[in-house]
Design a binder for this molecule. Structure first.
Ligand SMILES: C[S@@+](CC[C@H](N)C(=O)[O-])C[C@H]1O[C@@H](n2cnc3c(N)ncnc32)[C@H](O)[C@@H]1O
Length: 219
């Protein structure tokens, strides 16, 4: 079967409207070009030749919507992504009132790099014991990886470079152990974190957070 190269605006609208009506999932807040690219990728991955065939697949396989959501979500992430931001955040957290607990939400946490980054920051500012965090995503596979905190050494090169820009004075290596091609993050860094499925489009928003991360999610 030849690869699908494009889908029209009409087809995109019809698919997103059908998904909204049937599942209550609204894709209108996502960046359209990137959504289109990912839908084309799904068509080719599942050997479907058109949006019509894709929709038939939705109707015949009731679990397909979960597979589709996992495929559509972009998990690209890294530790201390945008290091300058983390540097500024650290400076702010150092001024955090000494008698206050910290409630954090990592909305769209992907495979956990952001959660481990803040875990490290909380440790380095002696705030972890006062912190409680909720880390959520609608991609179950990503959540499983986030909890495990096992990252390929190739990814760790970028993580380490970012870390050094954020904090040139400490050794990033103390936060993980090596196992062949993988780095296993210290679980202690996320002992204050509860990971759970949450869909930002369809689920009610939990309340009462002091810090909310919602970065690079609707892209
Ligand atoms: C590019 S990653 C960003 C990860 C991290 N926040 C960062 O900035 O590095 C985007 C994540 O948002 C999640 N996501 C996208 N739409 C979502 C939604 N409606 N509800 C929950 N998570 C969502 C994706 O599954 C993906 O893991």
């Amino acid at each position: 079967m030849s690869l699908v190269q494009n889908v029209t605006d009409e087809e995109m609208n019809s698919l997103t409207q059908s998904i909204l009506t049937r599942y209550g999932i609204d894709f209108t807040c996502y960046e359209p070009k990137s959504l289109r690219r990912r839908i084309i990728r799904v068509l080719n991955k599942f050997d479907l030749s058109s949006i019509h065939e894709l929709w038939v697949h939705f109707l015949r396989d009731t679990k397909f919507v979960h597979v589709f959501m996992n495929e559509i979500s972009v998990g690209m992430t890294s530790m201390f992504r945008d290091p300058i931001l983390w540097k500024r955040l650290k400076a702010r957290m150092l001024k955090y009132p000494s008698d206050k607990t910290i409630s954090i939400w990592h909305a769209g946490c992907s495979t956990g790099e952001e959660v481990f980054s803040f875990g490290i920051l909380l440790k380095e500012t002696n705030l972890q014991e006062r912190a409680k965090a909720f880390a959520s995503d609608f991609n179950q596979n990503a959540l499983t990886e986030a909890k495990a905190g096992v990252y390929h050494k190739i990814k760790m090169i970028e993580n380490e470079t970012n870390y050094r820009e954020y904090n040139a004075f400490q050794n990033f290596g103390k936060y993980y152990t090596s196992d062949g091609k993988y780095a296993i993050m210290n679980q202690d860094l996320i002992k204050h974190v509860n990971f759970s499925y949450h869909n930002l489009i369809t689920d009610a928003y939990p309340q009462g957070f002091d810090v909310i991360f919602c970065r690079n999610v609707m892209i």
